[in-house]
Design a binder for this molecule. Structure first.
Ligand code: SIB
Ligand code: ZN
Length: 434
């Protein structure tokens, strides 16, 4: 089965090729086999052809931090402080969620992601068999974790589910699923619990994914409890000896950044600008991270907090926040936020050998963005238009591992309206009286 995309403007996002070029892409058996020039012979072999005149072809967007099933809790509780929002609203609601709720909530989120150009996402949640099944059924790529919180009951069940995810789902969905270990955060994971999570990761050779220094409350709590910064705490327990995804990392000190630099952090930071803005958390020091040589990707955080999973919005927010933080419009530029949303995000999620750039041999995770719109005219600088003017609604076609999941804005696998009806009914039951 081969797919030819012809007459596109191609933005490969390869480090050495910053400017878009006109050309074609050939995909065979889920992989990219030609970029730019496709021979007449190869063209003749293509079973399916997409005419991409007026469209940009670029790598699918990589969402480095999500709690996808929380789409079922979207809009239910707004304008609270994070700790209050979690303990008084989200956790009681989550306690009522069934495996089926998580399956459908995740599936609804995948619809939103596919429609806004995201092809891979990292997730941390519960009922992870259901999350994994939804990823398989959606056709997307997922980097999954079972969120591990040290709560009074159920530690054994949590670790059992984390283990099952690693043993049963790593490599599932024709290799579209990979699994990490997800201790929730410094303030929800005491040292022995964190060590247990690290041992599990070591046993399976898996990376880890954790929240870090999201709020000033967290920083104060860890200071009181351990007389450390959250980063120092994680370092001492030994987390940074592994590939790790650090979500948020808003309140890191110069000393913390020095630690991450010194350990030669494998993995990187999942920056969630809109969630940080909306929850009033603060502005992460992205400029300092990049100057220290750390890898930074972009994420949305769960649809309960960020309220949308549109990565184009995250690109804009990331750039605007760094500019206003530094009082400097030259800070974090269009090309950089596009890299964060694609090639850099793939590195953070340890997916860079498979996706993140349009390179021969990589998996065909590709989006086509329709530039034939008033708000994307004139075409002086496609990079700037994509980073600052486009939105998820401009995505025309979404392809994962060579499979077309949306074409000309029509989903090929999932029934959006049926999912909306089902999730709406379930959301009512879950949130009643909370
Ligand atoms: N509560 C679960 C384990 C955690 S899964 C991941 C958790 O992260 C929570 N979460 C969502 N957004 C955020 C955030 O911004 N910061 C911290 N936690 C969050 C979410 O509500 C979910 O409970 C259990 O019973 O075992
Ligand atoms: Zn989160």
């Amino acid at each position: 089965m081969s797919l030819l995309i012809e007459n596109a403007m191609i933005l490969t996002m390869e480090a050495e090729r910053a400017v878009p070029m006109p050309g074609d892409l050939l995909i065979e058996q889920g992989r990219i086999v030609a970029v730019g020039d496709v021979s007449a012979e190869d063209r003749a072999r293509a079973v399916e052809v997409i005419d991409a005149t007026g469209l940009v072809a670029m790598p699918g967007l990589v969402n480095c931090h999500n709690h996808a099933a929380m789409s079922i809790l979207r809009g239910f509780s707004e304008d609270l402080r994070l700790m209050e929002w979690l303990s008084e609203k989200m956790w009681p609601a989550e306690a009522r969620m069934t495996e089926e709720d998580v399956y459908l909530g995740t599936l609804l989120a995948t619809v939103e992601m596919i429609k806004s150009g995201t092809t891979a996402f990292a997730d941390m949640y519960v009922f992870t068999n259901a999350v994994a099944q939804a990823v398989v059924d959606s056709g997307m790529r997922g980097v999954l974790t079972r969120g591990l919180i040290d709560m009074p009951e159920g530690e054994a069940v949590r670790f059992q589910e984390a283990r099952e995810l690693l043993a049963r789902w790593n490599g599932a969905g024709d290799g579209r699923i990979s699994v990490m270990v997800g201790p929730h955060g410094p303030h929800t994971c005491p040292p022995a619990f964190l060590r247990r999570a690290i041992s599990l990761a070591e046993e399976f050779g898996a990376p880890l994914h954790i929240h870090l220094a999201e709020t000033t409350e967290e920083v104060e709590l860890i200071r009181r409890e351990y007389d450390r910064t959250p980063t120092e705490y994680l370092h001492e327990v030994g987390l940074f000896d592994h590939h790790v995804v650090l979500a948020h990392s808003v309140h890191l000190t110069p000393g913390d950044i020095e630690i991450l630099k010194k350990v030669g952090l494998r993995g990187g930071i999942a920056h969630n600008p809109i969630s940080n803005l909306k929850l009033g958390c603060g502005i992460a020091p992205i400029g300092e991270f990049l100057r220290a040589g750390l890898t930074v990707g972009l994420g949305t955080d769960g649809p309960g907090s960020a309220t949308t999973l549109d990565m184009f919005e995250e690109m804009k927010a990331a750039a605007w926040m760094q500019k206003v933080k530094a009082f400097d419009p030259t800070a974090l530029q269009a090309g950089q936020v596009l890299q964060m949303a694609t090639s850099e995000g793939a590195k953070v999620l340890a997916l860079d050998e498979q996706v993140g750039t349009l390179t021969v041999g990589k998996q065909a995770d590709i989006i086509l963005v329709d530039m034939r719109a008033a708000h994307l005219c004139p075409p002086h600088d496609l990079t700037a238009l994509l980073a600052y003017s486009a939105s998820g609604a401009d995505v025309h076609t979404t392809i994962v591992a060579g499979k077309v999941l949306m074409r000309d804005r029509q989903l090929t696998q999932l029934d959006e309206q049926a999912l909306i009806a089902e999730v709406t009914a379930r959301a009512k039951r879950i949130t009643a009286g909370i």
